[in-house]
Design a protein. Structure first.
Length: 286
């Protein structure tokens, strides 16, 4: 008899004591109940561990793991190794999901057996859980996931919390979060998934991305960090031959142009000159 859960929910957390319980309770309220939750503490220095173990003591489907700090990508990969479900969700420890979050994704993937990933529209909330009306509701990738991500299509989000994956598609294709990347790690993972599967985009909002002073959203204001991460992202895409040939010319033009501008804003003027020359070279020869 198979006693494994249908869905594994991996929650990496580092110093997330303020929001972790709220995120977990939004899962406890789900209409679909055949799940396990893996809370993985990535070396927190606040009272996150105490909160996590208290949640575990109250709910048998929750298991807490402790590890030394190694970053969110490595922590998600660790959770993927531990997960026993047929489907897997990587939920951030400060986001909130609606009651039909799991059921809506599972129903769609069950009805589309050749598709590996499903997401919905995403709304933004503030640190108090209030929906931020001034932020545009974002959509999961849909028609051509790789192209939409590579070309930063308007309103398309790659937030991992939004997505449910078939675990065997990730493991059989050796797809993990790239530990070398920070804010681009989710885009890299989805580009790799997009080479083997489309994404089902649900036309509903049942995941809420929290924007607060400590969130990755605000960390993206660090221009030099963003530039270096995007530069490495582009380098790895080319090195690992992830960009389809049909998109290569447009990819190079757009990304060299983007890196040139980002380098100027970050104060890396020689690198800006380099990417400016690369952009002109691609534009001229093609």
């Amino acid at each position: 008899m198979n006693n494994m859960p249908k869905v594994s929910i991996v929650i990496p957390v580092y110093n997330g004591s303020k929001y972790l319980a709220g995120t977990v309770h939004s899962v406890l309220d789900q209409e679909f109940e055949d799940w396990e939750m893996l809370i993985i503490d990535d070396g927190s220095t606040d009272n996150t561990k105490e909160i996590a173990f208290d949640l575990q003591n109250k709910e048998s489907r929750i298991t807490v793991y402790l590890k030394e700090k190694s970053g969110v990508s490595d922590t998600r990969n660790y959770g993927m190794q531990l997960a026993g479900g047929e489907f897997i969700v990587f939920l951030d420890a400060d986001d909130i999901v609606g009651k039909d979050f799991l059921k809506s994704r599972l129903d769609a993937l069950t009805q589309n057996e050749n598709t590996a990933v499903c997401g919905s529209m995403v709304a933004c909330i503030d640190e108090y859980g209030k929906v931020l009306e001034e932020h545009i509701t974002m959509q999961a990738p849909q028609n051509d996931m790789v192209e939409e991500i590579l070309f930063y299509k308007d309103n398309v989000t790659t937030i991992p919390s939004n997505l449910m994956f078939r675990k065997d598609v990730l493991t059989n294709n050796n797809i993990q979060f790239d530990r070398r990347l920070s804010s681009s790690a989710d885009r890299m993972l989805l580009c790799k998934v997009g080479l083997v599967s489309a994404c089902i985009p649900l036309q509903c909002v049942n995941v809420f991305y929290r924007i607060h002073p400590e969130s990755m959203y605000n960390a993206l204001d660090k221009k030099k960090q963003i530039f270096k991460d995007n530069e490495l992202f582009v380098h790895l895409l080319l090195k690992e031959r992830i960009v389809p040939k049909r998109l290569m010319n447009e990819f190079l033009k757009r990304n060299y142009y983007m890196l040139c501008g980002a380098a100027v804003k970050s104060g890396y003027y020689l690198r800006a000159l380099l990417y400016g020359l690369k952009y002109e070279w691609v534009r001229i020869i093609h």
